[in-house]
Ligand binder design. Structure first.
Ligand code: FES
Length: 134
C-alpha cells in the first residue's frame, strides 16, 4: 500500500519567515535599481572677458554678460533636446528644430517648448574670466 502525502499550507510562522527572507533578498536589488548617482558637475573656464552686452557660445551653453551680471543658459532645448542658437540682432534664443523661442535669460516666449532653458551658475573672476558650473 502506497502512502500518500498531503501538503499542508505553511504555518503563519513559516509564512512570515518566508516573507522576511524575500524582502531581505530583494532589498539590495530594489535599492540598486532606484539609486541615482549624482552627476559630477562640469567646470568650464572662459579666460577671455566679454564686453558689456556681449555673449559667448559654447557647445553646451551660451554665456551672457551685461556688465553688472553674467549668466549662462543651456543650449539644450527643453522640447526635444535640439541645440539652440542665439540671434544677437533680435536678442532671442531660437531652436532650429521646431522654432521654440526663448529670451536671453532662457524664458519661453514661443512654443512648442513649455519649460524655460536651465541656467548655469557663473562666477565672474577678477581678471575678467568666467567659471561656469554645468
Ligand atoms: S526641439 Fe526645440 S522646439 Fe522642438
Amino acid at each position: 500500500m502506497a502512502a500518500t502525502q498531503e501538503s499542508s499550507p505553511p504555518s503563519p510562522k513559516r509564512r512570515f519567515f518566508l516573507f522576511c527572507a524575500g524582502v531581505t533578498a530583494l532589498y539590495p536589488i530594489i535599492r540598486f535599481l532606484g539609486f541615482n548617482v549624482p552627476r559630477k558637475p562640469k567646470i568650464i573656464q572662459i579666460t577671455t572677458p566679454l564686453a558689456a552686452g556681449g555673449f559667448h557660445t559654447g557647445s553646451d551653453f551660451i554665456l551672457f554678460d551685461n556688465g553688472a551680471k553674467a549668466w549662462a543658459i543651456s543650449r539644450r532645448c527643453t522640447h526635444l533636446g535640439c541645440t539652440v542658437n542665439y540671434h544677437e540682432k533680435d536678442k532671442i534664443i531660437e531652436c532650429p528644430c521646431h522654432q521654440s523661442r526663448f529670451t536671453d535669460t532662457g524664458h519661453v516666449v514661443h512654443g512648442p517648448a513649455k519649460r524655460d532653458l536651465p541656467q548655469y551658475k557663473v562666477e565672474k573672476l577678477d581678471d575678467g574670466g568666467y567659471i561656469i558650473t554645468i
